[in-house]
Write a protein that binds this ligand. Sequence first.
Ligand SMILES: Cc1cc2nc3c(=O)[nH]c(=O)nc-3n(C[C@H](O)[C@H](O)[C@H](O)COP(=O)(O)OP(=O)(O)OC[C@H]3O[C@@H](n4cnc5c(N)ncnc54)[C@H](O)[C@@H]3O)c2cc1C
Length: 384
Amino acid sequence: MSDIHKTKTAIVIGGSLGGLFVGTMLRTAGWEVHIYERSKQDLDSRGGGIVLQPDVVEVLRRTGIDVDSIDLGVTSLHRTTWRQDGKMEHRSVAPQTQTSWSLIYQMMKEKFPDENYHQNKNLIEIKEDSNTQKVTAAFGDGSEVTGDLLIGADGNGSTVRQLLWPNDEPSYAGYLAWRGLVEENKVPEQAKELLGNFDFANHRTENGSSHMLGYLVPGKNNNTRTGHRLYNWVWYRIADAETLADIMVDTEGRQLGYSVPEGKLRQDWVLNIHADADEFLPPNFRAMVKATDRPFAQAIRDLTVDTMVKGRVILLGDAAFIPRPHTAASTSKAAFNAIVLAEALKKFPNDIDTALKAWEPQQMILGQKLFQQGSAAGDRLMFI
Ligand SMILES: Cc1cc2nc3c(=O)[nH]c(=O)nc-3n(C[C@H](O)[C@H](O)[C@H](O)COP(=O)(O)OP(=O)(O)OC[C@H]3O[C@@H](n4cnc5c(N)ncnc54)[C@H](O)[C@@H]3O)c2cc1C
């Protein structure tokens, strides 16, 4: 069906990176975009560091950010693997840039009009009108909005997916990531050799596998200057479902599901991490873990979908595919989803259905490829 002339309106559910990427890209295609985020205030630091990939830089560039003249992160030169006895196992030259979730979020948020970014809006229902092909989002506060396209950028627990793709749910991969951030000027002497590189430590015993990595990311206020950055570490450990459920009970006794934010991990689990650090990690990473004030936790989950489009509702980012973090590509996948969607809608300005048909196959291939790569890497590191 043709959708001639009038400015089209997109309803984006979720105002994190995926939502902001698609929101800004669709505006470049001439769409009116409104983002609806369930959180009441600006989102704060989520999970610390991310590896900066080309598609994220491309979104920033297309949004009008002068990517050549600003610091987008912290550059590391080498990849180094450490043995448990503290000796270097391997070092190779592999320059790359690490950024932070909050740096990208803030840059994107500044480029999206405040009046179109609606907080405290929890999607609860979607209605589609087969005559007009309009789609309506209903929120927990009783309000409703109607548009030409509804985009589920609402992450791994996506309500959009639960409503329209009820059989597609993430599954627990059998291990979790302990994570932590340490201010650069508080990094203990023993861990200082980790600063400036992208470092790893793998260890396997009868008691289980341990895969650790870490790198510097921008610090407070996105500061990338030496002395003001943060060391971001991620430590993968196997945990059965029962253990995971216990880890996810926070300091106030609430069951959080699949992630525990900074400051909410119970002290008994903090002590458990320290004890495991003594058993599994080389001295540099061990010191870094113990210097972490507020470690946090994220369960590793798997998700694929068979289709990203249902009528005038689509899924993107983590709502559609969750590749395991070993790919370091989830954020760039969300960026690619957004860039190509805007291009397809520009190419078929009066035919949304054709645009979505043109958009979907490439996105499915990317999602499946990253999913398979991530699962293979994670299983090899943790189980095989
Ligand atoms: C251990 C770990 C390490 C990672 N490392 C990397 C890395 O190095 N590189 C990388 O690219 N990625 C990494 N990621 C993944 C990355 O964090 C996400 O893929 C990326 O932020 C894109 O997420 P998103 O915007 O699709 O979803 P999310 O960031 O989860 O955002 C979803 C948003 O939707 C909102 N929402 C949910 N439900 C509703 C509702 N009903 N109504 C309204 N709003 C709603 C939520 O509040 C949230 O703000 C890592 C992830 C993990 C777990």
